[in-house]
Every structure is written in C-alpha cells, then in structure tokens.
Design a binder for this molecule. Sequence first.
Ligand code: SAH
Ligand code: SF4
Length: 438
Amino acid sequence: MNERDSDAVATLLRDKGYSIVNEEKTADVILLNTCSVREQAEQKAIGKAGYITARKRRNPNLVVGIMGCMAQNKGNDLVDKLPDLDLIIGTQKFHRVPDHLSNFIKSMSGLGPRPNTIIDIEEEKGSQNTIKSHAEEKKVSAFVSIMQGCNMKCSYCIVPKTRGSERARPSSEIISEIKDLAKKGTKEITLLGQIVNQYAVREFPFLEKKSPFVQLLEKVNAIDGIERIRFTSPHPVGFKDDLIECYKRLPKLCEYLHFPMQSGSNRILKAMRRPYSIEKFKHIIEKLRAIKPDIYISTDIIVGFPEENEDDFEATRSAFESIGFDMAYIFKYSVRPGTTAEPKGDPVSREIKEQRNQVLLDILNKSSLARNQSLIGTTQEILLEGHAKRGNNMFTGRTRGYRKVFTHASDRLIGELVEVKITKATASSLTGDLVITN
Ligand code: SAH
Ligand code: SF4
C-alpha cells in the first residue's frame, strides 16, 4: 500500500514538472513515506530522516518531508524530534503534497528565516478517491487501491488510527483506472485494501448474494488486456462462498491467496480481537483447496503477543505446519500506542519471540522448498516483469502462484506471458528455461 501511495505522489509531482532522480544525493526534495505497524519501522524512518535533515547544513535548499502513517501517528511530535523537517503529510493528504511543496518552496526563496514546517494530517472526506494516478510508462503489474482505512479493532494494530475508518472508492472509478492501465499494457492487477473483501459492504448492495467485492472482481475479470488478478489482504470475516467460488469461475483470478492467520490459538485470537477461530480459518482454506487443489497460500503471523504461552505457540506451530503455507510474514509483536493491547505491555521476552520466529521460519523453509521442488520439470506460465537484479542477463517474473522465477529471455518479452520449464528450485525462487512456442 505504501508503495502504491508513493507512486501516486511521484506521479502527481512529475505532472507538476518535477523529475524523479535515481540517487538520493542528487535530490532537491526528499519525501519519506513511512510505516507505523511496528515500532522498529518508525525508528528506522526517524533515523533516516535525521540523517537526511543533517545534510541541510551543507545544502540549505534541501527540502525534507515525512508522509504517511508515521506522520499521521506522531504529527506535531515529529517536529520536536526532527525540528528541521519541512513537511509532515498524513495518510489522507497524499494528493496535497504538490501544493504544499510548491508553497513551501515559494516561501523559502528570499533571505528571511526558513518557513515553518507545514503539517497537514487532518481527515479529508473523499481522500480514498485520490490515490489513482499512475506513471505514464507501462507497468507490467500494477497496484490499485480500492479502499482506505479499517473498521476492525484488532487489539495490536495501529492501522485504524493511522489510516482512519473504512472508505471505499466507487467501482466505476476503479474500473476506469484499470482499463487505462490495460490500455498502457498492464497485464496484472493487485487490488489493495486493509480488508479487501469488505470492500464497500456498507455502501453498495449485495446482488444475487454476491458481495460488492465479488462484483468488483467480476468486472475486473471482464477487462480486455488484464490477464491476472490478485488482491491483498482479505480477512476471514466475510470470506464467504461467493468469494471462494470466484476461484472456480473467474479465470484471471490467480491461484494465490495472502490470508493472514495471526495466531493458531483461539485464546490468543480472542485476545487479539480477531473474530474467528482457527477451525474456521482452516475450514475456509479446505474449501478453497477443494476448488483449487494447487492454490498457493501465504499468511501473516504475530509471535509473542502478550499472554502467548507455550501451549498457545504450540497451537500456532501446529496449525502453521498442518496448513503448509507457501510464504509467510512472521512479525515479532510490537506494542503500539493507542491500541487496546497497549496496557498489557510486552511481557514475552525478545529471546522467546526470536525462538518462536525461528521455529516458524524453519517450517516455512521446508514447505516452501518442497513445493518449489515439486515444480521441477513442469512448464509454468510466467509474467515476465523485467531484468533480474542478479547478473547473467537473467530476467525475472512470477507464476500465477506468485513464485519468483529466473530465466533467460529478451527485452521484447518483458510484459508478456511466457512459458518456462522449471529446472532448479530453492525455498524462495525457481529457475528455468524459456519454452519457445513458435
Ligand atoms: N489488514 C491486514 C493487516 C495489515 S498490517 C489484515 O488484517 O490482515 C500487516 C501485518 O502486520 C498484520 O497482518 C500483522 O501480522 C502485522 N502487525 C500488525 N500490528 C502489529 C504489531 N503491533 N506487532 C507486530 N506485528 C503487527
Ligand atoms: Fe489492523 Fe486488524 Fe484492520 Fe488488519 S483488520 S488493518 S490487522 S485492525
């Protein structure tokens, strides 16, 4: 989501005549987009901002801003920590960056003192409709924000505070954005929202028992030029049969689901205020696998939530192992200000969190490696995204199941669906040979 927001801001700035430089050192304006989900992310951003603002001593014309969740979360307090910041722009104000920047730069010229920091972190009605611009150049795969905010109250989570309450974009605008992307050559779309399957449940009606999200998926599936659809993140609440059946009905919907579990212990799920049981979570996966046996599933887990004892972790370990995830983001619990879990403190030690994290990573490595090895010798459809960072003229792309693949190819194939015969596998990637079809 942050990547998408940053890209939208960069596009607005380009439209105003700014150019994006490749090297931070050569920039006249540096904007940091920030995450507040864990304290470590905020510390990192503050460290980076401090390092950059220190450069102003040598280059007083440098303009530095912080945008996004940490700007929203800390607001004025950021100026106490980083008095040299010029802009603090909240999550509902990304589209105002060009105006704020130009006002700041205008008031900077002259010999007077440096203007005060511009702080804009108010709520803004309709701000969910503003994250829609995309760069002119073709993107093989593009993110599309379909909603903002979250109405859930997971006890560990700061997102409802930083992103505000749930607000959906009209589906007509989403569809026209995707049609424009398709015209420019985009083949793959990832729909973004904090609980993407809750899209517009309050604003738009269910039709023939289909949720507004399922209706949206159908419309995206009908867009010419779009070949693959993904979305992130769905919530077990509202993950009903109408959505499960999409995996049978909608050919462009990829066999891949990011499905956050958070914990395998019902006691902890309850303390986290996640309104489902591990049995229900597993049941949804069973139903999906009954329809798409080869579906790839990834998840989010938090280890070391307050009160997570050995039995609770054992329940997580065992669910994690028996489900057999193909990918996972495992987070060590971090206390967040203003959340309902904050008063519980952080009683699980860092060592125990580290140990539990490692246990899950080991399981993940094994299952991910086994899954990748099972693909050796098969031919997979890859959407070729571009040059790989690692040399040897390799290119990179992904399977429908979101596995990363390296192959030799050529520039003219970037953005195309190609067939690749898999020859090698590691836990995190595949390597293969392009199958020449004509
Ligand atoms: N809306 C998504 C999650 C967004 S936050 C969902 O509900 O699935 C991304 C992930 O960060 C969460 O799934 C959770 O695993 C992790 N996370 C959130 N708050 C956290 C905290 N306080 N400490 C550690 N991990 C956290
Ligand atoms: Fe946070 Fe829960 Fe909302 Fe996800 S659903 S953003 S974890 S409050």
